[in-house]
Design a protein around this ligand. Sequence first.
Ligand SMILES: Nc1nc2c(ncn2[C@@H]2O[C@H](COP(=O)(O)OP(=O)(O)O)[C@@H](O)[C@H]2O)c(=O)[nH]1
Ligand SMILES: [Mg+2]
Length: 404
Amino acid sequence: MALPRAIRLLAAVTICIFLFLFLQILRAEPGAIRLPDGHKGKESNSKLQKWEHDPQLDPSGEPPEPLRRVKGDNYAPDNENSDRINATILSLVRNEELKGILDSMNDLERTWNSKFNYPWTFFNDVPFTEEFKRKTTAATKAKTYYHQIPKEHWEIPSWINHDLYAESVSLLRAQKVQYMEKTSYHQMCRWNSGLFSEHPALLTTQYYWRVEPNVRFFCDVDYDVFGWMADHNKTYGFNINIYDSPESVATLWPETLKFLQDHPGYVHEESAREWLEDGMHRPDNKRKANGYSTCHFWSNFEVGDLSFWRSKKYREYFEHLDRSGGFFYERWGDAPVHSVALGLFEDKSKIHWFRDIGYQHVPFFNCPNNPKCGGCVTGRFTDGEGWLNREDCRPVWFKHVGMD
Ligand SMILES: Nc1nc2c(ncn2[C@@H]2O[C@H](COP(=O)(O)OP(=O)(O)O)[C@@H](O)[C@H]2O)c(=O)[nH]1
Ligand SMILES: [Mg+2]
């Protein structure tokens, strides 16, 4: 028996409403990133909320086994046959930053190194003061070493044209490139990019963990981080991924492409090149940086294998960049230089996100959802101005590479 017309109409309308509601649910964004309290968000917010999911909000623990643990005295500071592998914590630091490095040391010792007792190796362009040595030695049970950087690794190289350098400084200062006028900043970036691995004191060392003054570590880490790198065949570990000021690296990518033209076989088959060239999220950055997204591993935290920085490919690449003068005529940072090299020459699966190492270098955080962490807000990326949230480019890394 046919249904009355009114009932059929009602049924059709109900189905339409149901379909409409169903589509709305499908389009809703799951797990949009929680923004810091008080962030009123403008344009920056809307970008963020398009990111589907911030994995740092998920409960997380340690990375996969095998994990090397403390058992008895196997990592005791004076154990000659300890389970420590060939590695050091390293820090380029000024005498005037003593208080800042002691704060960083106290945090890293408390959360990790008081268990594993890896040595600390300090570098400076001038001799360390006795007070610096005394106080930093007293801040750890592990061994401490102090080294001066050879002049030829620090001084402005002979091929830099000083007039051009001065002109570039005024030009890029006008474009608001931070620290452009600080020669020591250029020297520091160059050293951290390609000369730290060449310091005679590190020549037989394989892994390093870079630590700066005034950084914080929030989470207890109960496994040997260097041992984990070795067991899992990792080259590099990061924990924060941000965009750079494109004006500071405007010719880094074009110079890189020139290098690749001469060495077409150097790009790794499993490289993260697509990540370097991503233009979806910040197209302006990519345009101004002439093809490079400017997304980089924030290198004030890095755990790495020095063999990568000493490899033929990287030595040649660094030499090429260095000769082009961009460490002075622009303000190439060691973070984008390291990131571009890793993104091109390394297998992307050998780059690891240390999500579990809670960390802060002003103004950014890496703060896991983990009961082992204290003193930071889970998932908070910055406690600075709201627009800084826009600088987070981890989602671009996750998109292209995943979370390994
Ligand atoms: N010895 C020495 N260390 C420096 C110099 N400039 C920077 N550093 C160190 O290099 C690292 C990066 O410098 P920093 O001022 O923190 O730069 P930012 O993190 O980019 O603001 C820190 O560990 C500093 O202590 C310098 O002229 N001499
Ligand atoms: Mg710093």
